[in-house]
Every structure is written in structure tokens, then in C-alpha cells.
Design a protein around this ligand. Structure first.
Ligand code: FUC
Length: 388
């Protein structure tokens, strides 16, 4: 009797402990803990925001870099998998060498040659942070900033977080005071919807994108080379050795860049005699999207579909943007360790960034990235999850 009492008390204690600290909801989900994210830096408060839909799909975000920190989606074995790289505390994010796990990058996502561009006859010199070029908005770009954040329920009843940032005139060399907001919404259809909105008080350039490393195995212990990927693009933008576009739009036809039918990411990445892959040390290029729709998602075309046979997880990307940067994570060296001890190994996280083309301000044949006072920049991108 007494022994039974002790046993049930112990079981109850374990249940309470688990709900309180492991956050395991019986689905394999291990939530990041809010306390680990409460931190003040640069006079601003960093926090963690948790969105959950009726299917149990759960997204955790932090306003440090307006980033996705965890994304638990259903897998075919009935459990949930966290399909994004991240860290388990604000300190870990602040100290990480890699600033590009999950954030919004900008003002200009990807590279601008020599950090220079000319607008209305005036040349601007941006800060440079990679080979004398600017990458992802510079060292102090959007991904390193603490955004204002507001969690709310939208008109359709969906959980959402709106992050807002004022990027001041002259910041990282960009003209104009730019106000940008990024709203993340989780829908009952298991979609993460990302809506961008920005205005400026002086002409400027803008190309923000979401830079998340996805691994549909749910662990970086397994390579993303096995993911089967489709990119809905007939062309891509070849680059020089510093990954700056030459200005050409080349056909994918007959090359390892052709992902128009589902192909394993690793199948052709090491093709030795194909120069673009030699220069990128693998896939790190911008695809020129065909803008074809699959009959869903008004106002957005289908950019890509990724499927991992091992977990059954499918991720489809819809966007209104002209380009998609696909980076296969070949620059990772296993020296960084993220959530749950996940080691950030080579080719174990892929970035699929909806965007304008890299270095577009320096190529007249690329879409314009200019934003003027009185105009509003918008971007609508959807990451949709399902099972096969
Ligand atoms: C992608 C790539 C880059 C870089 C960065 C972190 O956008 O184009 O090469 O490594 O992410």
C-alpha cells in the first residue's frame, strides 16, 4: 500500500517534471524553454514565442534576428520532428559563430559586389564582410538585431508573431530610414506563412529573406544529401569565384542544376567537371523561378518541393519572389553544436531562400530591388509541410 502510494507519487512527480522542464508533449516534441531566452541586450529584451496549431505542429521564434528557432512537424512514424537548425538559449545564439541559423537577413539578402551600388546617380558604399563584398546586409545586418515583437491571433484565428525593426539611415551603408515588419503565421494546413512589409523615407534597396537551415530528417546527424528536391526553374544565375552573379541567366537543361524533376540533393553535387559547382564547392546558387502555380496559393508561385523518404516529410515553398537561393550547407565544419547536441555537420542543413537575385542592384537585366518613399515593399512566402 505504502509502496504503491510512493510509486504513484513518483509517477505524478515525473509527469509534472516532464511537463515543466522537458516540454515533451508525448509526441517527441521538446520545447525550447522561455526562461533560456529572456535576456536584455543592447537595451532590448530578447524573448521566445511559441505558436501551435490544432494538429500539434509547433513553431518557436525569437526576436533576436526575427528568427525561427524550432519547427516541429508531423513525420510518418506518428512523432514530430524539429526540421530546423537552432540553439537552445539567447546566449547560445549571441555567442554562435554562425549568425544565419533561422533569421531574416537583410537589408540585402545574399551578395553585393564590392558592397557598392548606384542609385539615382549616386554611388553608395556599403560595409563589406566577405571577400570585400557585402553578404546578407553586413556584419550588423537584420540577423543580428533585436526586433520588437508582438504575439497575436489573426482574424482567421491563427497564431502569429509580428516582428518590427527600424533600420536607420546609413546603417551598414544603406540610405533611408527603413521600417520593416515580418509576420510569421501558423495555419491549420501546417503552413508557416511569412509576410514582409517595409517602407522608407529615402530611396534605398531592399531584399530581405528567411535564412533557415532545414533538415527533414529532424537531426543534423543525417545528411540532407538524401532529400529529393524539385526546383521549379528553367534557369539560374552563374557566378564568379566569389559567388557574385556574372549577369548571365543560364539554362539548367543538361546540367546538375536541373531540379525540374525530383532528384536527390547529393546525386550530382560533386560533378567534378561542372564549373558552377566547383566554384560554389557544391550548390550555392540562385535559381530563376518559372513562376508556375500548382493551382493553390493565390498570388504565389511554387518555388520548390523537398521530400525526405526516411521521415515522409514534404516541404513545399510558395512565394511571390523571382528567385530562390539554394545552399547545400557545404561550408559547415561540425564545429558548432546546436539544440539537443545536434552537431552542425557538412551538408546537414539546407537553406532555401526566396529572394530577388543576388547583386541585382548592379545588373540592369535583373529585377529591381529599389524601394522609394511612398511605396511599400511586400513579400509573401509560405513553407508548407505535409506527408508522403
Ligand atoms: C547562403 C549562401 C552563402 C552563405 C550563407 C550563410 O545564402 O549563399 O554562401 O554561406 O548562406
Amino acid at each position: 500500500m505504502t509502496r504503491n502510494l510512493i510509486r504513484s507519487a513518483a509517477a505524478a512527480l515525473l509527469a509534472v517534471t516532464c511537463a515543466g522542464c522537458c516540454g515533451n508533449k508525448g509526441t517527441g516534441i521538446e520545447l525550447l524553454q522561455e526562461e533560456a531566452f529572456n535576456k536584455t541586450a543592447d537595451g532590448k529584451v530578447i524573448s521566445l514565442y511559441t505558436l501551435e496549431n490544432s494538429n500539434g505542429m509547433t513553431v518557436q521564434l525569437t526576436n533576436y534576428g526575427a528568427r525561427i528557432a524550432a519547427l516541429w512537424v508531423p513525420s510518418s512514424d506518428g512523432s514530430f520532428k524539429d526540421v530546423v537548425w537552432g540553439y537552445d538559449s539567447a546566449d547560445a545564439y549571441l555567442n554562435a559563430k554562425d549568425k544565419y541559423s533561422g533569421p531574416v537577413v537583410g537589408r540585402y539578402g545574399n551578395r553585393i559586389k564590392d558592397g557598392k551600388f548606384t542609385l539615382d546617380g549616386k554611388e553608395y558604399q556599403l560595409t563589406v564582410n566577405e571577400n570585400g563584398n557585402q553578404l546578407h546586409g553586413g556584419k550588423g545586418g537584420f540577423s543580428t538585431r533585436i526586433w520588437d515583437a508582438e504575439q497575436f491571433t489573426d482574424a482567421a484565428g491563427n497564431p502569429a508573431v509580428k516582428m518590427t525593426l527600424l533600420s536607420k539611415d546609413g546603417e551598414e551603408g544603406y540610405p533611408g530610414n527603413l521600417t520593416i515588419s515580418v509576420t510569421y503565421t501558423l495555419t491549420p494546413e501546417n503552413e508557416v506563412v511569412i509576410d514582409y512589409n517595409a517602407t522608407t523615407d529615402a530611396p534605398t534597396i531592399l531584399n530581405p529573406t528567411s535564412h533557415v537551415y532545414y533538415n527533414l530528417h529532424g537531426t543534423s546527424a543525417k545528411s540532407t544529401d538524401s532529400h529529393l528536391m524539385t526546383i521549379y526553374a528553367d534557369g539560374y544565375t552563374p557566378t564568379d569565384a566569389e559567388l557574385i552573379p556574372t549577369g548571365e541567366i543560364a539554362p539548367v537543361e543538361g546540367t546538375p542544376m536541373d531540379f525540374r524533376t525530383a532528384t536527390a540533393i547529393g546525386a550530382r553535387m560533386d560533378t567534378p567537371d561542372f564549373e558552377p559547382l566547383r566554384l560554389g564547392k557544391g550548390y550555392d546558387h540562385n535559381w530563376v523561378l518559372n513562376k508556375t502555380t500548382d493551382g493553390t496559393h493565390t498570388g504565389a508561385h511554387i518555388a520548390a518541393e523537398v521530400y525526405e523518404p526516411g521521415t515522409g516529410i514534404v516541404m513545399k515553398i510558395y512565394t511571390d519572389q523571382p528567385g530562390l537561393q539554394f545552399y547545400a550547407g557545404q561550408g559547415m565544419d561540425g564545429k558548432e553544436t546546436g539544440k539537443r547536441g545536434d552537431i552542425h555537420n557538412v551538408r546537414s542543413g539546407i537553406a532555401l531562400e526566396t529572394q530577388n537575385f543576388p547583386d541585382a542592384p548592379n545588373h540592369e537585366n535583373f529585377p529591381s530591388s529599389v524601394l522609394r518613399p511612398g511605396e511599400t515593399y511586400t513579400q509573401h512566402t509560405v513553407y508548407a509541410f505535409s506527408l508522403k
